[in-house]
Structures are given as C-alpha cells and as structure tokens.
Design a protein around this ligand. Sequence first.
Ligand code: NAD
Length: 436
Amino acid sequence: MRNITVIGTGYVGLVSGSCFAEVGNRVICCDVDERKINMLQSGVVPIYEPGLEDMVARNKEQGRLHFTTDVGAAIEASDIVYIAVGTPMSETGEADMRYVMSAAKKIGEHLNGYKIIVNKSTVPVGTGELVREVVQANKMAPWATFDVVSNPEFLREGSALSDCMNMDRAVVGSDNPEAASAIAELHAPFNTRVFMTDLESAEMIKYAANTFLATKISFINAIANICERVGANVSDVAEGMGMDSRIGGKFLQAGIGYGGSCFPKDTYALAHIADKSGYEFELLKSVIRTNQKQRMLVVDKLREAIGSLAGKRIAVLGLAFKPNTDDMREAPSLTIVPELLRAGASIRAYDPIAAEAASRLLSDEVMYADSVEAAVVGCDACVILTEWSDVVGMSLAQVRTLLAKPIIIDGRNCFSLDEMEREGFVYHSIGRRPIG
Ligand code: NAD
C-alpha cells in the first residue's frame, strides 16, 4: 500500500487514481477546478465513464480515495505524486505545457521529503527533464529530494476502467532504477507487463503509439476512398487485411476519421516535435490532412443523395467522437453539424450521453431528441456520426416508416449493405457502394 497523490482529476487522473485506490493504495485526487472537486466530494462523478461512479463511491466509502482542491497539502501527504493534468493543443499545434509546468512548480513548493514525481500526461520528449528543473528551482525545503519518472497513460475513454485494470502494458521511464522499480511495483496488482526504459523513450512511446493508431485510421480511410472509386467494399478489405497477424484487425474501421482529446492533438504535437528536431514527418502530416478531409465526406454524400440542403430536415445520430463517452473534444460532429446548418438544413440530433456537452458547443439552432425514433421522425434524411449501441441496434423497419424519406448517410458503416437493400433504404456509407 502506497500513498499516492494525483494532480489533475480529469478523465485520466480520476480513472487512474480510482484504479490505484481499488487495488489498495491510499489516493488523493486533487484539482484546481472547485466545481469538479465539490461534485466528487458529494458523490457525483463529473464525467461519463462506464463503471466509474461505482468504483469512486466504493473506494471513497472505504477511505482509500480522497478529493481536494488543496493541491499543496495533497502533495505533502504522499511520497508518490502523479501529474495527470491536461496538455491541450496550443494555437501553433504544439502541446500546451502550462498546466504541467504549474503542477511542477507547486510540487517544488511543497516538496517536504523524498518523492517520486510521475508524469502521466502526454508530453513532448524532454518534459521529464524540464519538470526536474522546475521542481528544483521552486524547492522550498533544501533537504527534500526527488526523482522523475514517466509513466504515460494508454486508457481509452469509454472502456477506461477495464483498460486500466487490465492494461496491455505499463511503460515506466526513468534514469533512476529504484524510482522506476517503485513505480513498476505499483502495477503488480494489475497483472501487466511493465516495460522499463529511459525517460525520453517513455515519453516518445506514447506519441509514437497514438500517431501509429491514427495512421492506421487514416490509412484505411484512404483505402475506403479508393474502394468507392474502384467498386471494392472496404469492410471486406479491412477484414481480409486484419486476418494477417502482422497487421491485426483493430483500428481498421473506415469512417469519418478520428477525433477526441488525444489523436488530433498528439498527431499535431508529434509533427511539431519532429519539425523542431529537424525531421520533416511527411507521413504524419498526410495522416492529419487525410483525417481532416474525411469528416466532410458525409456532407458531400448527403448532398449527393438529397441535393441542396437548404430547408431540409436532417436527423443527426451521435455527437460524441465515439460511443460510451461524453467527451466532445475534437468530435467530428463539431465540424459537420455547423456545415449542415450553414447549408440551410435544420438539425434534430440525438446522443444518449453527450447531448448536454454538445449543446454547450453547438449553435442554439440545433434541436435535441431523446431517442433515435424521436430524432428521425419526419426528417428528409438521417446522418450517423457515432456508432452508439442504440444507433447500431435501431429498428430499421421502424426508422424507415418514421423518416419522411428513407435515406441514411452512415459515417460509421453500422449496417451491412445487404440489410439496407432488404429494408429499402437509400444508403450511403464509407468505402462501400451506395444503395438505392
Ligand atoms: P482533462 O482535461 O480531462 O483533465 C485535466 C485536469 O487537470 C482538469 O480537471 C484540470 O482542472 C486539472 N488541472 C489543470 N491544471 C492543474 C493544476 N495545476 N493543478 C491541479 N489540477 C490541474 O484531461 P485528460 O483527458 O484527463 O488528460 C490528461 C492527460 O492525459 C493529457 O496529457 C492527455 O493527453 C493524457 N491522456 C488522455 C487520455 C484520454 O483518453 N483522455 C488518454 C491517455 C492520455
């Protein structure tokens, strides 16, 4: 059992803090956001993540999980301090490091003995060194010592708890073998492989992994665009490719491209890191461009199916960047819905979880429905942007009768061509022949 403080109680900090508590550690999650901490103290989890509410409640009740806005006191109370603050994209595309630097300064000011400072945020190579310098420069207690470890996070929103409890691997990077071993030991209850390396390589592994996955997505989307032109079916192509164990079937679903809080910002950040290092990462820049163009395909396909969008009523199914999350950061819907509105369409949207978060970011003109059926009724067409289970599982026969015209533009390839043909839809998907 260790005393662990996690600075930053967002998607990563709250999930990993809860998981560390779940396996018996005493964890303090702290944040500068009073609203978030107040909610957590009164038993409300501010984000949607399946299973998280129960895990937080259980560990809070059993006295292993605590929440505070007093970041200084939280640092003083533990000998392992995790940094899990945001590293959003800055205007230049680089990672914005101000939150990490402010956390490091705070750690320096409250260093009251030996501590292992562990960076979980996704950060450019060299940040571990920078954190070391900032902590050292702000150290109030001359006797206090510390080591810096990189332990990047690989969880996926929507399945964050199981990703954390059964992680594929933990990456631990440090120049100090004892500090690295202590952090490796923290992962023993998770029954995972721990990959030990130096600080810089650990930082690089996180960017390399995320940009590789983004590359797989843009690759299959480019293949999808060729499939449409040559009459092939990208779902079959991806399945046939994925059967090769050297390739693997994951991240080969063609669609409207990646979004979310990680891939967009991490691809830009690595392109910047490469530029700064003097290497032109042309492949990655092309991955980013391919992804940007992919979003607008559903708008083009909608126009192809119904002509001008002016005055048309469009149902939009799904707003979150992927199912099982309320995270709207960089969701494709944030580009697509405004484009539909600009073209003169009226929008009725449905998202089972992210509608409220989306309504804060989208125009007031967007109307919201509380079910798939309520969204599609009387609409001239329906556009699918997120493959939520109740979208994939919707009754096609019922939706066909509710829509004014049986037209579906599917940005996530939720349905087989055979069933859409059988059900009598006009159906345009990604990388497959149009129906109707
Ligand atoms: P988030 O925005 O949800 O949470 C960050 C939290 O840090 C916020 O609550 C914010 O108030 C808090 N914070 C900022 N400055 C602070 C400070 N000085 N002291 C205390 N709290 C402070 O971000 P997130 O999605 O949890 O991401 C955190 C990091 O983890 C990022 O670097 C991200 O790239 C990385 N990551 C995210 C995911 C994901 O799926 N969200 C997955 C893997 C890695």
